[in-house]
Design a protein around this ligand. Structure first.
Ligand SMILES: [Zn+2]
Length: 394
């Protein structure tokens, strides 16, 4: 376990990161704080990529595996600050908890990763095989896995540890997610003479009803490949006395292991073909939604909203080794899966890198008002990251 100095160090770093407000695309202050810590602790290399991802590197004296600790620096927004019990960007400590936006999701984990790496380098005097990378990642909250693509291209890690909240359990998988866009195209007309046009919303309502009849895919561990309508809009809007010529509906699709961009769209495309055969007037299109966001570096980040699922076998040696080391130290770690989507969608789902999750706090603290992290969890996860380094850097 951590000594008093190291405990105070991780608490202080977590507080500094929370005070550096960092909504998605505005992570520069938090990146500066983390960068200052890396430099103060003598990390061998500190780099910022084009999107603003910050990567600190510590090199062991012998060649070996590369382990990447991934924590995002962005947070969701706060809403009404006045409704918070304690101010969301001051990181006040009350009864063993640090309060503020991003404490649990996930600046506490980022602080713990940075401190654990520094502690490990100091204790071993770098007499270990391999390299440790700690990445403060941008744009995770609505774009999981996209900025991470650039990090894995730069680092080429053998192992990735995702620090999202896991209550100190080891996570070996998650469902992925995709945003699917359905569009119908009609013909505008004055609504006093609707027969002169084709109402795109009526067409869409038929499509929606048909899509609801599709059976979801399923997986014995990860559950169902849910397809749920999340929004709908028509154009022109407002449609004052106009038959709408366009309608778009968005679906959230939870992805199971092995599902591809093609395999997910296929049953929908088949259904649409069938509907078109029945209704020659129907003009409809299905595609993945594309996201585009600005980074604090001035760069834009863009990608289709398709984030694959992933799952490792609990007997995989890298998981078994990490678990063994944690148990030796008295952690009551269990092996489970994340219920939400993480940067693991890229590392494991797209790039096939051996990935696991380990983080402080229960996941239901994320995105809440009065978000906090228990100091006990923060210090314990710092020890857990240290243990994982020890288990894998051999
Ligand atoms: Zn998160």
């Amino acid at each position: 376990m951590l000594d008093k100095n190291r405990e105070m160090e991780v608490i202080a770093l977590c507080q500094k990161l929370v005070r550096a407000k960092s909504y998605s695309g505005e992570e520069n202050l938090a990146a500066e704080e983390l960068s200052a810590f890396f430099k103060e602790k003598g990390f061998d290399e500190v780099t910022v990529d084009k999107y603003g991802n910050l990567i600190g590197r510590i090199k062991g004296n012998r060649p070996g595996k590369k382990i990447l600790f991934d924590g995002h620096l962005d947070t969701v927004v706060v809403g009404k600050e006045a409704d918070w019990e304690y101010p969301p960007f001051q990181a006040e400590i009350h009864e063993g908890k640090i309060y503020g936006r991003g404490t649990s999701d996930m600046k506490g984990a980022v602080a713990a990763m940075a401190c654990a790496a520094a502690n490990y380098a100091q204790d071993t005097d770098r007499e270990f095989a391999g390299e440790i990378y700690v990445a403060g990642v941008v744009h995770e909250e609505c774009f999981e896995g996209i900025a991470a693509r650039n990090i894995s291209a730069l680092v080429k890690p053998d192992y990735v540890i995702i620090g999202e909240a896991s209550d100190l359990n080891l996570k070996i998988g998650q469902r992925g997610r995709a945003e699917i866009k359905l569009e119908t195209f009609g013909i505008p007309a004055h609504s006093a003479n609707p027969e002169k046009g084709i109402n795109a919303v009526y067409k869409m309502s038929k499509v929606i009803e048909a899509v609801r009849t599709l059976e979801p895919t399923s997986h014995s561990v990860l559950g169902k490949g849910i397809l749920e309508l999340t929004d709908i809009k028509s154009s022109p809007y407002p449609g004052a006395s106009v038959v709408p010529e366009y309608c778009a509906a968005t679906y959230d699709r939870r992805l199971l292991v092995g599902e591809t961009k093609e395999s997910v769209l296929q049953p929908i495309e088949e259904l649409l073909e069938q509907l078109k055969a029945e209704d020659p007037e129907l003009k409809v299109k299905v595609s993945y939604a594309v996201g585009k966001e600005n980074c604090y570096t001035g760069e834009t980040i863009e990608g289709e909203r398709f984030f694959p699922g992933w799952l490792f076998d609990r007997e995989e040696p890298f998981i078994a080794e990490a678990l063994k080391e944690l148990k030796t130290l008295g952690y009551e770690t269990e092996i489970t899966q994340y219920n939400f989507c993480t940067n693991g969608s890229h590392y494991a789902g797209e790039a096939g890198i051996k990935t696991m999750g380990m983080g402080p706090s229960r996941e239901n603290l994320a995105h809440t008002m009065n978000e906090y992290i228990e100091i006990d969890q923060l210090t314990k996860v710092t020890g857990a990251y240290y243990a994982i380094m020890k288990a894998l850097l051999v």
